[in-house]
Design a protein around this ligand. Structure first.
Ligand code: 0X9
Ligand code: ZN
Length: 443
C-alpha cells in the first residue's frame, strides 16, 4: 500500500462525509505519526502486536500509525530509545475532523437513492449502508425464489450473520430477462464458490462491494447456471456497527476480553490453521488472535457454514474481501512455503486481474500473502486452503492503493464493484469451463 501522509488529510475529510454520527469523538487526542525509516518498521510492528499503536498504512519501508494519548509518551520513548524519528502529521484527530466537518458537509453530493424505513430494494451505490439497511436489503432479496438468505449464527452481541445462497440451476423465473443467452448447463454436480465480506469492521468497501456482487449475480442467471454462489456480506456485524457509532477505525469484533480493558478479537487471526503465527496474544492489539482458535462466535458460524458447503464436495473457490491495496493474495499467509496449487492460483488470479482492469484501468497485483505482504496466520484463506483443501483461495484487498485507505469515498462503490464483478465472472467462467472439459460436455 503506497501511502503519503497527505493522504491522511483526504482520509479525514472523507471520514466526516461518510459519517453523520459522532464516531470520531473517541479519537480525541489521537495523533497520526509518520515513520519513514526502514529500520523502524520492525519495532513499529512489535509495538502494534503489544497494542501500543495502530498501523493505519504501510509500505515496505514506511509506517503511518495512530497513537492514543494513553500510550503516546511510551511509544515516543521506545522509538527515540531505538534512535528512530517520526513526524506528527495530525495533532488531534477528533479536533481535525470536527473542524473539517462543516466544509465537507456542504460538499456532499446527494443522490436520489435511499432505503425506506423498513425496506431497501437495492444496495446503495452512493453511500455506505448501515447494518440495518443491509438487513432490509437482504429481506427484500430473500423474496427471489432462487435466493436463500439464512442466518448462519449470531455475533458476540447477538446480531445475525447472514449468508446468501444464489442457487445454481436453470434461469427459472428469470429466463425471460435473458432469453437464449446462457450456455448449456454441464450435466453433473454444480460447483460452489464462497465469498466473505466485512470480517474487518473498518474496511467498509468490502461489504459494500460484496452486496453489489450479490445484487448483480442474482440478476444474471447465466452466472449461476453451473454454480452455487454463497456469500456472507457482513461477517463482523458488531464491529461494523461500532465503526459507525463510535470508532471509524475499529477493526476487530466486539468481544469484551476478560482481564483486559481492551475489547475485540481480530477475526482474521482466529481461524484454526497454524493458529498464533504472526498474530498477537495481547488483547489491546489490533491483531489480537483471541484466547484460542475459533474462540469467537463469528468465526465459528463461518467455519460451520463453510464446512457444510464443502461437505457437498464441490467447493472450488473462496475469496475473502478486504481493503485496501488492490492486491489479490494467494496462501499461505502463515509460512513462506509454497501452498498446493500455487501455480493454478496465480494463473486464475491473473485472469481476474486482466478483466478487472478492463473497465476503469484499475490495476490489481497477484501476490503471495506471506512473502509479498506480511506473515499472518489464523485467516480465512489459510484455513480454507489448509483444512477444506479448496483449490482456489484468495484474499482480495479492494481499492485503493492508499490515497483514501479505509475511508474510500462512497462514489467508488460502483466502479470498484463493477470491475470486481468483471474479474469474478472471468474466474467463474474459467472454473466452469474447466469442469465442462473434464466432464466432456458438448456445448
Ligand atoms: O492482515 C489481514 O488480515 C489482511 N490484510 S488487512 O489489511 N485487510 O487486514 C491480509 C490477510 C492475508 N492472508 C493471510 N495472511 N493469511
Ligand atoms: Zn482486512
Amino acid at each position: 500500500m503506497m501511502w503519503r501522509w497527505q493522504h491522511w488529510m483526504v482520509v479525514l475529510l472523507v471520514t466526516v462525509a461518510a459519517v453523520s454520527g459522532n464516531n470520531y469523538e473517541g479519537l480525541a487526542g489521537h495523533q497520526i505519526w509518520s515513520l519513514e525509516s526502514e529500520l523502524a518498521v520492525e519495532l513499529v510492528d512489535q509495538l502494534q502486536a503489544q497494542g501500543l499503536l495502530d498501523v493505519v498504512a504501510h509500505t515496505e519501508r514506511t509506517r503511518t500509525v495512530r497513537v492514543t494519548p494513553e500510550f503516546a509518551s511510551l511509544v515516543q520513548k521506545e522509538l527515540h530509545g531505538a534512535g528512530h524519528n517520526y513526524s506528527v502529521k495530525v495533532e488531534d484527530l477528533a479536533k481535525h475532523l470536527q473542524e473539517k466537518e462543516k466544509d465537507e458537509k456542504t460538499r456532499q453530493i446527494h443522490r436520489a437513492e435511499s432505503c425506506t424505513a423498513t425496506s431497501c430494494p437495492f444496495p446503495l451505490t452512493y453511500s455506505y449502508m448501515t447494518f440495518q439497511q443491509m438487513e432490509w436489503y437482504l429481506k427484500e432479496l430473500a423474496k427471489n425464489p432462487w435466493v436463500e438468505v439464512r442466518s448462519i449464527g449470531r455475533s458476540i452481541l447477538d446480531r445475525d450473520i447472514w449468508m446468501v445462497h444464489i442457487k445454481s440451476g436453470e434461469c427459472k423465473g428469470r429466463k425471460e430477462l435473458y432469453p437464449n443467452r446462457c450456455r448449456r448447463r454441464a450435466s453433473s454436480k454444480p460447483m460452489a464458490v464462497w465469498l466473505e465480506g466485512g470480517i474487518h469492521a473498518r474496511e467498509w468497501i468490502s461489504p459494500a462491494v460484496t452486496l453489489q456482487l450479490i445484487h448483480q449475480i442474482t440478476k444474471d442467471c447465466c452466472v449461476t447456471q453451473d454454480l452455487d454462489v454463497y456469500v456472507v456480506p457482513m461477517a463482523n456485524p458488531d464491529g461494523y456497527v461500532y465503526s459507525w457509532t463510535t470508532d471509524r477505525f475499529w477493526r476487530k469484533n466486539r468481544r469484551s476480553n476478560s482481564g483486559s480493558t481492551c475489547d475485540g478479537v481480530d477475526l482474521n487471526r482466529n481461524w484454526d490453521y497454524h493458529f498464533g503465527v504472526g498474530a498477537s496474544d495481547e488483547p489491546c492489539s489490533q491483531v489480537y488472535k483471541g484466547t484460542k482458535a475459533f474462540s469467537e462466535p463469528e468465526t465459528q458460524a463461518l467455519r460451520d457454514a463453510m464446512l457444510q458447503v464443502a461437505s457437498k464436495g464441490n467447493l472450488k473457490l473462496m475469496i475473502a474481501f478486504h481493503s485496501y491495496g488492490q492486491v489479490l493474495m494467494y496462501p499461505w499467509g502463515w509460512t513462506a512455503d509454497k501452498a498446493p496449487d500455487q501455480q493454478d492460483m496465480v494463473r486464475l488470479g491473473k485472469s481476474f486481474v486482466m478483466k478487472a482492469k478492463s473497465n476503469y484501468g484499475t490495476h490489481y497485483r497477484v501476490i503471495n500473502a506471506a512473502n509479498d505482504f506480511y506473515f499472518a496466520s489464523g485467516s480465512t484463506d489459510d484455513w480454507s486452503k489448509g483444512v477444506l483443501k479448496t483449490k482456489y483461495v484468495y484474499t482480495l484487498e479492494l481499492r485503493d492503493e492508499g490515497g483514501h485507505g479505509f475511508d474510500l469515498p462512497a462514489t467508488k462503490i460502483l466502479p470498484n464493484s463493477m470491475e470486481v464483478l468483471a474479474g469474478l465472472k472471468a474466474v467463474f467462467r474459467k472454473i466452469i469451463s474447466k469442469k465442462r472439459t473434464t466432464n466432456t460436455v458438448v456445448l
